[in-house]
Design a protein around this ligand. Structure first.
Ligand SMILES: NC(=O)c1ccc[n+]([C@@H]2O[C@H](COP(=O)([O-])OP(=O)(O)OC[C@H]3O[C@@H](n4cnc5c(N)ncnc54)[C@H](OP(=O)(O)O)[C@@H]3O)[C@@H](O)[C@H]2O)c1
Length: 284
């Protein structure tokens, strides 16, 4: 494994753009708090923010990035901003309008780095419709890369059969829900995996193995989980509105889990029963 650091980034299929490995999630971050959290995240070194239309805080993420550029000397191109669309509108043109509205809300030099289909739940035709609209947005230069989220193997196979490969698939991944069939498929096809709920929303804070490892490496249980995600080759997207946690969740590069400890965490997989996120998962 090459040495990881805050600047580590993934190459993305079909693009010269790189995606910083560590992301910052803003789901459930109230709109009046998001700006301060994202600004704190940028100041702590995160350069990748994960948002969605559904989270209703695209505008506030954009405000934070613009403030960071104005006050801290940051540059737009240093930040990888992702948003997502949930479902198709009445026509592809109407869907395209909705995508453009997100770009306008974020107001980040007229483009987003990445636009994802949030879930595959709109059926074969709906998925095609959303993908076509995203391709048009990309052709307009308003999204640099496009991808999917919560796609299972069958949805990904459907895309590959149609000659399309998303750059990214964002799914729930942590030791208790590892989604191995999807991970294998994505790795085989060069699709970067973003891991949501990487700290399992705190559900395993009291887990004995996690606490043993936290003591061993002198870090928090959350840092153990985030380091596991990094070492597995995923892009974890921890969310926090707590300033001290925003900082500690990015402090992941002064320790490395021994392979034997990664292997022990690998044994925790409970398949679908281990999932805490909102979407159905596909497990081995
Ligand atoms: N594509 C999808 O369908 C989908 C689904 C779910 C999530 N996501 C994305 O993935 C991101 C992360 O997932 P998530 O927010 O559901 O779960 P998560 O990041 O696993 O957990 C977030 C929760 O953990 C708390 N927390 C954060 N750092 C902590 C620490 N060091 N110690 C103890 N508690 C800590 C947060 O509280 P405080 O905020 O109070 O600190 C928050 O309640 C989301 O924000 C979103 O961007 C995508």
């Amino acid at each position: 494994m090459s040495k990881l650091n805050l600047e580590s980034a993934f190459a993305l299929k079909g693009s010269s753009l790189k995606m910083p490995v560590l992301g910052f999630g803003v789901y459930n971050s109230p709109a009046d708090v998001t700006k301060a959290s994202v600004l704190a995240a940028l100041r702590a070194g995160y350069r990748h923010i994960d948002c969605a239309q559904y989270y209703e805080n695209e505008q506030q993420v954009g405000e934070a990035v613009r403030e960071w550029i104005a006050k801290d000397g940051g540059k737009r191109e240093q930040v990888f901003f992702t948003t997502k669309i949930l479902s198709p509108a009445s026509s592809e043109d109407e869907t395209l309008k909705s995508l453009r509205q997100s770009v306008d809300k974020a107001n980040l030099d007229g483009y987003v780095d990445c636009f994802l289909i949030h879930t595959p739940t709109s059926g074969t035709e709906g998925r095609k419709h959303l993908w076509n609209a995203l391709k048009k947005l990309r052709d307009e230069g308003k999204a640099k890369v496009i991808g999917v989220s919560n796609y299972g193997v069958k949805h990904l196979e459907e895309m590959v059969a149609a000659g399309e490969t998303p750059a990214i698939n964002q799914i729930e991944i942590h030791p208790w829900c590892q989604q191995k069939p999807i991970v294998d498929f994505c790795q085989k096809h060069g699709i970067v995996l973003q891991a949501y709920c990487p700290i399992v929303r705190g559900a395993y804070a009291g887990d004995p193995l996690l606490n043993e490892l936290a003591d061993k490496y002198k870090v928090s249980w959350a840092q153990v989980l985030l380091r596991w995600s990094l070492q597995k080759g995923y892009s974890p997207l921890p969310k926090s509105d707590t300033p001290s946690r925003i900082v500690s969740n990015a402090d992941l590069y002064s320790f490395e889990l021994e392979q034997a400890d990664v292997d022990r965490l690998d044994q925790c997989d409970k398949g679908a029963a281990g999932a805490v996120g909102p979407n159905p998962v596909e497990c081995a």
